[in-house]
Design a protein around this ligand. Sequence first.
Ligand code: ADP
Ligand code: AMP
Length: 216
Amino acid sequence: MKIILLGPPGAGKGTQAQSISKRFQIPHISTGDIFRKNIADGTELGTLAKGYMDKGLLVPDEVTIRMVKGRLSEPDCENGYLLDGFPRTVYQADELGKMLAAEGEAVDTALLIQVPRDFIIDRMTGRRVCPSCGASYHLVYNPPMVKDTCDVCGTKVIQRKDDSIDTVVDRLDIYDRQTEPLIEYYLAKGILRVVDGTQAIPVVFESIVKLLGSKE
Ligand code: ADP
Ligand code: AMP
């Protein structure tokens, strides 16, 4: 099962990915999380990525694709995976498609979490994340059980630097220009599925499970 999550920043991809990954027993691969881990570890890749991320820009395609190819060749990806935040450009999508085709494989489903623009700013500016495990929370809609503390690993949650209002506007602009065309791209391939992301988190998850086929 190879799934791509599509949707604007703040749509709820990371939030749903945590539950989908558990339910369907496939690894959740978030390119944003991998970049953030590299930044925290002070790697060369992290230093390069940070310059782009802090400004709300995309990390160059070649760098991102090389990183994803490396990650997808790890043993835990043998039975499928859930991609969150990749591909983000048509070029990345083409490269992913070519990489899979070389092994006689293909993406099974591109799942769009559809959320209108007026929900997004509120979701992104209220987002808090765990810097250790990447879990995503919201001050109002999905607060941690203990204030400011990650439910999963107990680390103090933080606000992402790129969730400040100025950067959010730039990121949405980049989404419109570079990432939104992927909706048509996967529609044309006949693998696009759409869920209404404006519902409460568990309701969105149930819609996703129905679409992907339930698995207990
Ligand atoms: P993405 O990974 O698509 O950028 P996240 O999963 O991090 O988005 O969600 C963005 C913010 O919106 C987070 O603060 C999250 O808790 C919140 N959120 C996610 N899904 C919903 C929902 N269905 N209703 C309300 N808030 C949500
Ligand atoms: P995310 O956690 O998905 O919101 O991503 C945070 C930031 O990481 C983005 O704004 C980009 O700067 C960078 N990033 C994540 N995924 C990609 C990608 N597929 N291509 C380019 N840049 C990416």
